[in-house]
Ligand binder design. Sequence first.
Ligand code: AMP
Length: 411
Amino acid sequence: MIQSLRGMRDIAGREARIFQWIEERARYFFELYGYREIKLPVMERTELFSRGIGDESDIVQKEMYTFEDRKGRSVTLRPEGTAGVVRHYIENGFDKRDPLKKFYYSGAMFRYERPQKGRYRQFYQFGVEAFGMESPLIDADTIAMLVDYFRDIGIESPLVKVNNIGCPGCRPDYNRALQGYLRNHEERLCPDCRKRIETNPLRVLDCKRESCRKVVADSPDIADFLCDSCRSYDEEFQKLLSARKIPFERDRFLVRGLDYYVKTVFEIHGGEGAQNALMGGGRYDGLVEALGGQPVPGFGFAIGVDRLASLLMETSLFEDDPGKLFMVWNLEEQALLLEKCDILRKCGVSVDFLPDKRSFSNQLKYAHRQGYRHVVILGEEEALSEQIHLKNMETGDETYVSPYDIIEHLI
Ligand code: AMP
């Protein structure tokens, strides 16, 4: 037997239907807010990611699926979506002639991580990127879209955590203050954070280790270092979130590790006390330039679909197939079965049946095992009627209804 690769899994059954549903709803909201779809290759030149994500990052250092193609060129399976969107944007010259663009993408990402629950080597994300717009309006509007989306799929109290991590004008001052503080407490930090003091001190702020968390609790706050432009940007941004009635709180330990992130960074959590963020994003005004384009501002986020789906599986907020029917049939003339199915399908109802002849009770048992809540009974008598003979599998009730009204009886 040939097995799937470690960390790569099949998504099927109820989980596949949840994936499909949350993606459909995401598309609906993204389109509603003016984002347009882009489908990107899963493989790109390696340097796109090493430059776009940063050579120092864990992803580039140890998690990429990188190999040589048949001509000896180094290629990489995409570990995230943003770099590819930026490549598309620059390759088409939008940065020079048509900078205002809003994209969304969805698809498989690949990272060579140690697989565990909720962490896979092939996983799925969807995300958006807005280019050419440097305004708290776009940050607040996009976050409001996400909150509306999460509520729509049944996450009742999404909590937005926000922070402003400054810009190339004011962050160096903060970095120096933070480094000074961290050097004084170096012996209490984990080995990774000790290295980060010099390479990327901001990242120490979001280390999950208890000892590091204690150290950073008394570290300098970036809010005290923001320049006037970042401060007024942040004030306007928070004002807009409040006006739009988006529940948020400031988390001064929330950072994005890469240099090109500026000003707004944010995460959304499933609710008060929820451990893991459902997603994260922020403003990356330096990225397009870092990848060879003009200095165009950007804002975006990525949602991990696997984790969102598993949350919805556990909390069973998802109504599994409320409108699907199974046809239990016994007819001499098989064409009549197809005719009835056709009528129901034209009315927008999903219908299935077993193609081999079996007894009614055998077909009913099958429908029960498959979890159908309603079946249609189709014998010689029903075949002559305009009405549909509907049976509720949970209550046992049977009714005769017009196919045009049937949806109301299924919900
Ligand atoms: P990141 O691109 O690292 O900021 O991650 C964005 C989201 O993608 C996270 O919130 C996770 O839900 C999801 N994610 C990242 N890595 C993995 C993985 N290896 N397996 C499953 N989901 C992941």
